[in-house]
Design a protein around this ligand. Structure first.
Ligand SMILES: O=C(O)CN(Cc1ccccc1)C(=O)c1nc(-c2ccccc2)[nH]c1C(=O)O
Length: 176
């Protein structure tokens, strides 16, 4: 409901992203409770956390030549090259079932009911799930061809149609 959404936004306002000097990776700090955690706090939409996706000095990370940044939500199926994930040790859903899930997620994101980052945390079969699906910057030649082709066609903030790779079926959001 909108109300719970509102609480979520308030709770997100108490958090900020900080850069760990020792491990050179982002962590999440709650100004009110003074707690810090490596993983995106439960139930918080990471895109509403101050500093999410920026570099330490607050400027969006500059990409190398020809690189883009994207997040994705991966739903694996029984024919995936590795039909296993943090979520499910043995994935048995069919390709049709995986596509139906991806289309339902896409509908909810397009309606503004949720965000890809928020859904990726609980629903993505990729290890990037805990980072809201963030894959960081990548250039051509780093991802599977079908994934790369779809990602590089996107404008910033554009959400892909379902994309098939050997890993499963993806929704891709270009973020930078
Ligand atoms: O395909 C395979 O044999 C196993 N993989 C590849 C993989 C496994 C771990 C980390 C990154 C990639 C995956 O199934 C996979 N692919 C991805 C992936 C695919 C396209 C873009 C980004 C990630 N994530 C995963 C994952 O388990 O977490």
């Amino acid at each position: 409901t909108g109300e719970s959404h509102q609480q979520n936004d308030n709770a997100a306002a108490n958090w900020e992203v900080r850069m760990s000097r020792s491990r050179k990776i982002a962590y999440y700090y709650n100004r009110v409770t003074k707690e810090s955690t490596w993983e995106i706090p439960q139930g918080i939409d990471p895109t509403k956390i101050k500093g999410y996706g920026e570099q330490r000095d607050g400027n969006p990370q500059e990409s190398g030549a020809g690189q883009i940044r994207a997040s994705h939500l991966l739903v694996k199926h029984i024919e995936s090259r590795r039909p296993s994930s943090w979520k499910e040790v043995r994935i048995t859903r069919t390709k049709e079932q995986a596509l139906a899930l991806i289309l339902a997620y896409r509908e909810r994101i397009e309606k503004g009911e949720t965000t890809l980052a928020e859904l990726a945390i609980t629903e993505s079969d990729c290890s990037s799930s805990k980072r809201g699906g963030d894959l960081g910057f990548f250039g051509r030649g780093q991802m599977q061809p079908s994934f790369e082709e779809a990602a590089f066609k996107l404008e910033v903030d554009q959400l892909s149609e379902p994309v098939w790779s050997d890993s499963g079926v993806h929704l891709i959001l270009r973020t930078q």
